[in-house]
Design a protein around this ligand. Structure first.
Ligand code: IPE
Ligand code: IPE
Ligand code: MG
Length: 245
């Protein structure tokens, strides 16, 4: 399909959806309109990933740093999230999409938390694709939270200090049970990870697209996957080792 090699699909795609504000500015519109257009692009990306058979899609929707934006913008983003969840729930159910979240969900307005919990519950049995929304998410906060929980468990005698391994550490993350992202996409021509999935992206392939998020089409997503499929993931080894020479 679309020239994509089904046997080499990334299992887990993560996206930093950036550029809504600049898209609005470019089109002489309000930032909120940019975010609304961004929500359409989210719907599109979810459908495409589901169609392609991607197992895990993780979207950076709101960072812990984004709380510092003007109050009106934060409020509008929360309202938009609510609207998105309400309008997409049925499609998620119909398409076998399991919704999950990462981040400090308790920092979100209670109403949003309620809608999220309901959607997570209603889709819990779905198996076709896991859609994870990163909300009030910060990679460093996540790591600190893990350290706290590990210390707690060591102090309570539930965990031996010497048995803390990379795997054990991963099990304490929000993403426990998920494979690490194979592919990270960031739109809007910025080359940074902005505190996203710091631990999990140790060996992720990065793809930076110049398009602003509202313009990120199905074709853009397919291009990112095609580019990913051309890469050789060496994980520190030599090319010859990987090809068995
Ligand atoms: C991404 O678009 C959406 C969120 C971070 C919530 P931005 O709002 O960051 O858009 P720019 O970077 O200002 O263009
Ligand atoms: C990253 O985008 C966060 C999300 C896409 C939710 P930002 O626009 O907040 O990142 P910076 O500030 O440019 O690094
Ligand atoms: Mg931005």
């Amino acid at each position: 399909m679309y020239g994509i090699d089904k046997s080499k699909l990334p299992r887990h795609v993560a996206i930093i959806m950036d550029g809504n504000g600049r898209w609005a500015k470019k089109n002489a519109l309000k930032r909120l309109t940019g975010h609304k257009k961004g929500a359409d692009a989210v719907r599109n990306a979810v459908r495409t990933c589901r169609e392609l058979g991607i197992e895990y899609l993780t979207l950076y929707a709101f960072s812990v740093e984004n709380w510092s934006r003007p109050k009106d913008e934060v409020r509008a983003l929360m309202a938009l999230l609510e609207e998105y969840l309400n309008s997409e729930l049925q499609e998620m159910i119909d398409n076998g999409i399991k919704l999950s979240t990462i981040g400090n969900i308790r920092a979100l307005p209670e109403k949003v938390q309620g809608i999220l919990n309901n959607a997570v519950q209603k889709t819990a049995m779905n198996r076709k694709m896991v859609l994870t929304l990163a909300l009030s998410y910060g990679g460093r906060d996540e790591i600190i939270e893990v350290v706290r929980k590990i210390v707690e468990d060591v102090e309570a005698g539930k965990l031996e200090k010497t048995s803390i391994t990379k795997n054990i550490f991963s099990n304490y993350l929000f993403t426990s049970g998920m494979p690490d992202p194979d592919l990270l996409i960031r739109t809007s021509g910025e080359y940074r990870i902005s505190n996203f999935l710091l631990w999990q992206m140790a060996y992720t392939e990065f793809y930076f697209a110049d398009v602003l998020w509202p313009d990120f089409s199905k074709e853009c997503l397919i291009n990112a996957i095609l580019d990913y499929q051309k890469r050789e993931r060496r994980f520190g080894m030599t090319s010859d080792q990987l090809s068995g020479n």
